[in-house]
Design a protein around this ligand. Structure first.
Ligand code: DX5
Ligand code: ZN
Length: 229
């Protein structure tokens, strides 16, 4: 069931603003500007797994201290097996890493959960879902990338809609128990299609932080997603 309260906490669509589109010199203020968001999406990039470099554990630790919004850490890094559990230890609510970078995703998911966070698996646009259905039994969240990871402000890849729908079908048939999250190019023009395909949680960077009133943008996106379920 989409928006199952067991996963979303609220029984409604979740919106996770991405601070990649925020002002990195004012992150506490930028978190406050999206009060009412379900998660705060934190893109960790290492300039190796993706051609961009953002932030790491010290910034996550500081953010944790200045906001009540649960942190959703999206690790776009090499060797997540080594680094991902540390984000859980810092108090991240959900720690998602890329299967393409992981040597032992099951062991890493178990380590994240042992440290007290939800474990998420991310798939790049070119990575098929089908090979990971068994592995996903060890996870709480599936993050389907709807752009190539690395940068905000890119266009939503429409060809990802069948992947979202296939994941929804796998959850609804009882084969998996997962929150389905989409990331990349989510805005007022695309969120309804992603919602109709079955996503529960919508990451939005430029559509939220590019708005005059980011909190209002979050509310509108949530209403739009709810309107098609
Ligand atoms: C891209 C990041 C996204 C990004 C989304 O690699 O994972 O979270 O911030 O930005 P928008 O919503 O602008 O596409
Ligand atoms: Zn992200």
């Amino acid at each position: 069931m989409q928006y199952d309260a067991a996963y979303t906490g609220t029984g409604r669509p979740m919106i996770a603003p991405s601070i990649l589109s925020a002002d990195f010199a004012r992150l506490a203020d930028e978190a406050a500007r999206v009060a009412g968001s379900d998660w705060l999406h934190v893109d960790v990039m290492d300039a190796h797994f993706v051609p961009n470099l953002t932030l790491g554990p010290p910034v996550v630790k500081s953010l944790r201290a200045v906001t009540e919004i649960p942190l959703d850490c999206h690790l776009m890094i090499e060797d997540p097996d080594r680094w991902a559990p540390g984000y859980a230890e810092l108090g991240a609510h959900n720690v998602t890493f890329h299967v393409e970078a992981a040597a032992d995703p099951v062991q890493t998911a178990r380590a994240i959960r042992s440290a007290g966070a939800k474990a998420g698996l991310a798939l790049k646009p070119g990575t098929a879902l089908e090979g990971y259905l068994d592995v996903l039994r060890e996870f709480d969240t599936l993050l389907i990338m709807t752009v190539e990871p690395g940068f905000g402000g890119q266009a939503f890849i429409e060809q990802m809609l069948p992947k979202i729908a296939a994941a929804r079908a796998a959850v609804d048939s009882g084969h998996l128990r997962l929150l389905l999250e989409v990331d990349g190019g989510i805005n007022a023009d695309t969120i309804e299609r992603a919602a109709a395909a079955g996503a529960d949680c919508f990451v939005a960077g430029s559509a939220v932080y590019g708005a005059d009133d980011p909190a209002e943008a979050v509310r509108r996106l949530r209403e739009q997603a709810a309107s098609v379920s």
